[in-house]
Each structure stands twice: as C-alpha cells, then as structure tokens.
Design a protein around this ligand. Sequence first.
Ligand SMILES: NC(=O)c1ccc[n+]([C@@H]2O[C@H](COP(=O)([O-])OP(=O)(O)OC[C@H]3O[C@@H](n4cnc5c(N)ncnc54)[C@H](OP(=O)(O)O)[C@@H]3O)[C@@H](O)[C@H]2O)c1
Length: 280
Amino acid sequence: MSCLEFILFFPPVGFNKQKLKEKLKGKNILITGATFGIGANLTYKLAKTGANLILVARTEQKLMAIKKVVEHYGATAQIFAADLYKLEEVDELITNLKKIDGGIDIFISNAGKSIRRSIFKSLDRFHDFTRTMTINYYTPVKLMLSIIPMLQKNKGHVINISAMNVLLTPAPLWAAYQASKTAFDNWFRSVQAELNACNVETTSIYLPLVKTRMILPTKAYRKIPAMTPNHVANIVCKSIITRRKKYAPWWAIFGQISSVLLRRIFEKFTIKNQRKKLIS
Ligand SMILES: NC(=O)c1ccc[n+]([C@@H]2O[C@H](COP(=O)([O-])OP(=O)(O)OC[C@H]3O[C@@H](n4cnc5c(N)ncnc54)[C@H](OP(=O)(O)O)[C@@H]3O)[C@@H](O)[C@H]2O)c1
C-alpha cells in the first residue's frame, strides 16, 4: 500500500492539546490494559495533560516503568497489577478504585484478549471461551457496575475500545473473540441511553486491525495495512474532547452494507475456503 493509500484509509486525526489539558486537569482516568499497544500509547499521551492516571494490567514491572514516565511528564499515576481473567482480582481492584479520592471521571475499557483458532482445534479448550468472555465481557461489566455511581456523580465518560468485526458478519476462526467483544458492545449500547440520560457520556470505538502485539501471532495479518496504536490514541483523545458516541473508520460502512447484502455470497466463499484448507 502506498503512502497516499495509507492516508486515505487511515486519515490523520488531530486534536486540540490545550483543550484536552484544560478538560483533564485533576481528573481521574482509569485505563485497563495500560502496559502495551493502544493502552500504553494512550497513557503516554494523557500523561501530558496533568490528569491522574489509574493504570491496570498484569505486568507489574511494566506498570512501574510507565508510572515513572507519566510522572516525568508531570502527571500522577496509580498502578494496580491485576489479572482481569480472574474475577476475584477484579473484586480486589474494585475495592481499591472505591478508595480513590474524587472517584473515577473517565473509564477507558481497553484490556482485551483475542484468539484466532479453528473450532476443531478448540474442542478441548473451553478455557479459551471462558477467558475471552471474562476479560472482554464480564470484567468490564463488573467494573462498570461498581463505578457507575462515581461516573454519575462526576458527569463522567466511558470509552469502549471495541473491534470493527462486531459490526460485520462473523468470520470463521474468531468465535471466542467475536462473541466476547460483541457481548460487551451490545451490553454497552444497551445501557448507553440510561447512562447518557444521567449525564454519563459513552463512546464506542470500532477499530480495524491495529499494529500491536495482539496481531503478531496471525501471520496473515503481517502484510495487511493496519492502524498504528498512536493513531488510535489520537482518536481516543479527540473523543474525550468531542464526547462523540461512536467512531469507526469511514470505510466501515461499506463492510456493514456488504455484510447485509452479500451475506450469502460471503458464507459460500468462506465454506469453500475452509474446505480448501481441509484438503491442503
Ligand atoms: N490490535 C488490533 O488489531 C485490535 C483491533 C480491534 C480492537 N482491538 C482492541 O484493542 C484493545 C487493546 O488491544 P491491543 O491491540 O493494544 O493489545 P495488546 O498490545 O496485546 O495490549 C493488551 C493490553 O491488555 C492487557 N491485558 C491482557 N490480558 C490481561 C489480563 N488477563 N489482565 C489484565 N490485563 C490484561 C495487557 O497487559 P498485560 O499483558 O501486562 O496484562 C496489555 O496492556 C483490546 O480490547 C482489543 O480487543 C485491537
């Protein structure tokens, strides 16, 4: 893909840094999955706003290193190492979140796990489904249930880092990821009106492929153009200012229309493709 084509598919996103700073000074921002990829990029960007960042992930050493960088930029960070596959660790995290002075103002639900695996290779791997469902659905629901009162009090904002796939016809090999991301997307869109009516803003961000370690195991993705995590961080920063309800790349609509109009053709094609793979 040429540079021009890349810009066409992923047009640069800018935001007013001064406005963001004014908006976030002294605010408490909870970011899950802050150690790598999108979460880490976003953390570094928000560190320049003077906000208090509450960072969650498993890798404690990385969290400590990121905290140092955040403080170097003049913001403050509170770090919580937690394995979000384990609901008892989520409970412990919630106990700590409830002690935070002023409560949570913005929650960026970003931690996630993706799995690409054939159903035939999943027959003895029920844990793939419980894990993805826990981190991509139960954990953000559990966190939301406990922080909604704080968000309501602070006229807060929740940003869900979702995937464009949830807007399209489900693709083979992605059952665990697709089902769990769709579950939270649906839950979130369902509670959206209730939250918005109480002055809690909501944003769903539907991302295409993003160049992070998440896509590394999938060889086929190495040559496909992907957004950068820095680009995603800009989208999130802009969404904090504009409080838009939804972001999806401009071309996602063509995928959605095709998902409806060309569904039968897509299904026939995927069956043929899977048969070919079984023979080879
Ligand atoms: N990359 C893509 O192509 C793409 C596309 C669409 C949507 N997304 C979404 O974007 C979000 C961020 O993904 P990414 O691409 O930035 O992936 P990434 O680079 O793998 O980062 C995932 C983050 O989640 C944390 N995490 C993973 N498992 C965890 C667990 N059990 N407990 C606590 N934290 C955990 C990781 O930290 P530790 O390992 O330190 O725990 C890391 O900070 C996900 O929700 C993903 O579904 C990604």
